[in-house]
Write a new protein. Structure first.
Length: 100
């Protein structure tokens, strides 16, 4: 009985398969790292937006408080002094300048 011919395994074919597997592995790890970086960036943006929401809610509460009062003179005084920079005659206002 004749033994069937054993086909010789191609070392080149094995090398190509190994190289393909390594490239696939490197690509997958790179994608995972990139995805984790994007997740971290998105989380920081979410935190910034939460802070902005909190600040806006505080401003809205302040506006509601001002609008619910019957006397508008307090609101007008705050706007005149803080936002427009007005002062009474001969009144001196001192402001802190940031260093820089």
């Amino acid at each position: 009985m004749a033994k069937p011919d054993k086909k010789r395994r191609s070392h080149f074919g094995d090398f190509v398969k190994l190289a393909f597997f390594i490239l696939l592995l490197v690509f997958s790890v790179g994608q995972i790292i990139q995805t984790q970086a994007e997740i971290a960036e998105q989380k920081s943006q979410v935190e910034k937006l939460k802070n902005q929401i909190s600040e806006t809610l505080q401003e809205n509460d302040e506006y509601r408080r001002i609008l619910n009062t019957d006397d508008e003179s307090e609101y007008m005084f705050i706007v005149a002094v803080e936002k427009l920079g007005y002062a009474y005659p001969r009144e001196r206002r001192f402001y802190v300048r940031p260093k820089g």
